[in-house]
Design a protein around this ligand. Structure first.
Ligand code: C5P
Length: 432
């Protein structure tokens, strides 16, 4: 079984608990989700409240439990739309026969059903009910309908039941349930592809102790690296100075300056199919960094700055066979600037976001956990509304995987990852 933290660490998981005797086991599900590093919020249906007290889930999840759809206080705090927006994925465990029926019908008459209806994130249900209810044609029809809509079914298990019957209908063991739920995030979309991703700011030395830098937190690039690895990609993450943990399965190279980042990127390119420039690379650096600390003697100090290498444009110029994605932070006229960047750098996709007072979220983009992106590529565009950077990263990776197919349809065989000790694909241009 895969270690669930690989997929669940840092994720926002909404756990729906419905009216089944197995509701008491949902406490263990919360515990295991949190052990795997997920942030958990719990919605209980009225039926669940007959079996377990909300306080249990409040204590285990560390958040008040959400119960009512039409509670003014709750709607003013985190209402059903905000909960739907907050979640990276939804797990309903246990899912009663009645809840499966209501989900299949698209009902929105209680909080959990409304949130499921209002959300587009992955949704998994772990049924738990009497074996005969599970085997009934009505439940079978509902499960088929939900499956056709992309709802993931986890379980049920077989064995002796609380009601004395034996058969299929038991909630999966919480450990198995959480591990299988985590695997929802593994798409395989980039299996066999090597990606190089830059992230974070760069530091440009003024003297041995001072530097020029920017406010980039690196969060978007790190989430992209994580999403790409989860999609089966082999990821090299080239990062400026940030305080973030390396995502599981990602090879990380730490650099400081734009020049170091440039050199590390070039060194990582052989065998690569996709380059994503998510770093906020300094555009200028001190032309002549002082060898010794500059003394505070003069009233003013003038620094002469020179341009740094444009890593993204340089990569595309050297390796036109690479699918190259850039970011654009713009205060105005998003589309014009983003399309201009597509052409100017010759790249294949631009992920643009608004910054400054017109930005969609109050706190700005740098350092924030949320963002909204607009993607542009030659002949197309897509809007990714305000969401966590984790969710946006997964959506962006999905778009890249789709565009990559079109890109390669018009080009020779793409670069495939070669196992250690092998040689790279013949015919590929390699950077020396
Ligand atoms: O030209 P501009 O800085 O607006 O473009 C931003 C995009 O280009 C980002 O994807 C960024 O990572 C990349 N870039 C780069 N090297 C630079 C400057 C920007 O790779 N020196």
């Amino acid at each position: 079984m895969t270690d669930p933290s690989r997929f669940l660490a840092g994720r926002r998981i909404l756990l729906g608990v419905t009216g089944s005797i197995a509701a008491y086991k949902a406490g263990e599900v919360v515990r295991r989700l949190r052990e795997a590093g997920a942030e958990v919020r719990v919605i209980m249906t009225a039926g669940a409240g007959e079996f377990v007290r909300p306080l249990t889930f409040q204590a285990l999840s560390g958040h008040p439990v959400h119960r009512d759809l039409l509670d003014e206080a709750a709607e003013a705090g985190m209402g059903h739309i905000e909960l739907a927006r907050w979640a990276d994925a939804i797990l309903v465990a246990p899912a009663s026969a009645d809840f499966l029926a209501r989900l299949a019908q698209g009902r929105a008459d209680d909080l959990l059903a409304a949130v499921c209806l209002a959300s587009a994130v992955p949704l998994a249900v772990a049924p738990a009910m009497n074996a005969k209810m599970w085997a009934s044609p009505a439940t079978a029809d509902n499960v088929r309908t939900l499956g056709a809509r992309g709802v993931v079914l986890l379980g049920p298990d077989e064995g002796p039941q609380a009601c004395g019957d034996t058969g299929a209908g038991r909630l999966l063991a919480p450990e198995t349930l959480v591990a299988r739920f985590g695997e929802l995030f593994a798409s395989g979309l980039l299996a066999g592809r090597r990606l190089v991703i830059t992230a974070g700011p760069t530091r440009e030395a003024i003297d041995p102790v001072r530097y020029l830098s920017n406010r980039s937190s690196g969060k978007m690039g790190f989430q992209l690296a994580r999403a790409a690895a989860e999609a089966g990609g082999q990821v090299v993450l080239i990062s400026g100075p940030v305080s973030l943990e390396t995502p599981p399965g990602v090879e990380r190279v730490d650099v400081e300056s734009a020049q170091e980042m440039y050199e590390a990127v070039l060194a990582a390119l052989p065998g690569t199919a996709i380059f994503i420039g998510a770093a906020a690379v300094a555009d200028y650096r001190p032309a002549r960094p002082a060898a010794a600390k500059i003394k505070k003697t003069a009233e003013t100090l003038t620094l002469e700055l020179e341009r740094t290498p444009d890593i993204l444009a340089e990569v595309k110029a050297r390796r036109p066979d690479l699918f190259c994605v850039g970011f654009a932070a713009e205060t105005d006229d998003l589309e014009r600037h983003a399309r201009d960047k597509l052409v100017r750098k010759g790249i294949d996709m631009v992920a643009a976001n608004r910054v400054g007072p017109a930005a969609p979220e109050a706190g700005g983009v740098f350092g924030s956990d949320d963002n909204a992106l607009h993607l542009f590529w030659p002949g197309g565009e897509a809007s990714l509304p305000l969401a966590s950077k984790a969710r946006l990263a997964r959506q962006l990776i999905e778009h890249i995987a789709t565009r990559l197919e079109a890109f390669h349809a018009a080009r020779p065989e793409p670069a495939k990852v070669v196992p250690l000790g092998g040689t790279t694909t013949a015919g590929m241009q390699e950077v020396e």
